[in-house]
Ligand binder design. Structure first.
Ligand code: AMP
Length: 276
């Protein structure tokens, strides 16, 4: 596995591969890698000639300074985990990615105004800034994103359209712990009792699928919210059933919809989602 810290060196090397028509698969991450990340990297390495992984904790997507400071950084372990699947790892520092401040403001219409966008102001603009910079350097044939961050996938697809990029965006299924809890680096911050308890999130989401035939959309949303809020360790921030493309709240049942949830347990904020 080759390691690059310089964007210029990386793009020079990638250009030599592209001359030989190699397909480049790309998995952007912020490190603290777990099996969810590894499933993306594994899929990428099966579907492309060359797999590039980036590890960079992007400051512009954090709307809370403490979150950025406390974000887990486990580079040595990360490199060890990916060395067998990955050809190239890009580990730039902040200066390398933002030699001057990125002032671009993207217009995503409705899709960055709802759900995560409402609760984490500026988050998706920061995601778009870093992903567009990384795509500029790597110029991937295919880029892999987890559906765990459902809204992020919609944002990235929109970004690629806006910038008229050639990269295919591949969305990858959520990897879960044995209990059903969606894998996340934040799970490590849950006390064992809370981590065990958090299995209820996926259970309730799965159970809600069977209620679709008897409840209206808003009744089902309320059913999920009240069922989970009854749990003494959980406080729901939002649960919305939305159209997969526009992310608008639906009012009548139809196809291609997803229920997205954000909640607090202990002092940890978790997100998850389920397709109906
Ligand atoms: P992050 O390092 O948190 O920015 O995540 C990097 C990529 O891994 C994103 O595309 C995430 O959606 C994806 N990812 C994180 N957790 C999971 C999971 N449990 N299953 C599948 N993909 C995930």
């Amino acid at each position: 596995m080759k390691q690059y810290k310089s964007k210029l060196d990386l793009s020079k090397y990638l250009n030599t591969l592209k001359i030989n028509d190699k397909t480049i698969g790309f998995v952007p991450t912020m490190g603290a890698l777990h099996n969810g990340h590894l499933s993306l990297i594994n899929k990428c390495s099966k579907e492309n000639d060359i797999t590039v992984v980036s590890i960079f904790v992007n400051p512009t997507q954090f709307n809370n300074k403490n979150d950025l400071i406390n974000y887990p950084r486990t580079l040595a372990k990360d490199l060890d985990k990916i060395k067998d699947y990955c050809d190239i790892v890009f580990i730039p520092d902040e200066n390398e990615m933002y030699n001057e401040p990125d002032k671009r403001l993207f217009d995503f219409g409705n899709i960055d105004k709802v759900m995560e966008g409402k609760h984490r102001i500026g988050h998706f603009n920061g995601v778009a800034q870093i992903v567009s910079r990384l795509f500029d350097i790597v110029q991937p044939t295919n880029a892999y994103f987890g559906l765990k961050d459902f809204q992020q996938v919609a944002i990235i697809k929109n970004l690629v359209q806006q910038l008229d990029l050639k990269t295919n965006i591949i969305s990858c299924k959520i990897l879960r712990e044995e209990s059903g809890l969606a894998m996340s680096s934040r799970n490590e911050r849950l006390a064992p009792k809370l981590r065990e308890n958090a299995a209820i999130i996926n259970k309730v989401l799965i159970e809600s699928k069977s209620k679709k035939s008897e409840l209206t959309v808003s009744e089902l949303e309320n059913w999920v919210i009240s069922k989970l809020n009854k749990n003494e360790f959980i406080e729901i921030e939002y649960f919305s059933i939305v159209d997969n493309t526009t992310l608008e709240n639906i009012t009548e049942w139809k196809d291609n919809i997803t229920g997205c949830i954000a909640l607090h347990t202990g002092n940890v904020r978790l997100i998850d989602n389920v397709g109906y």
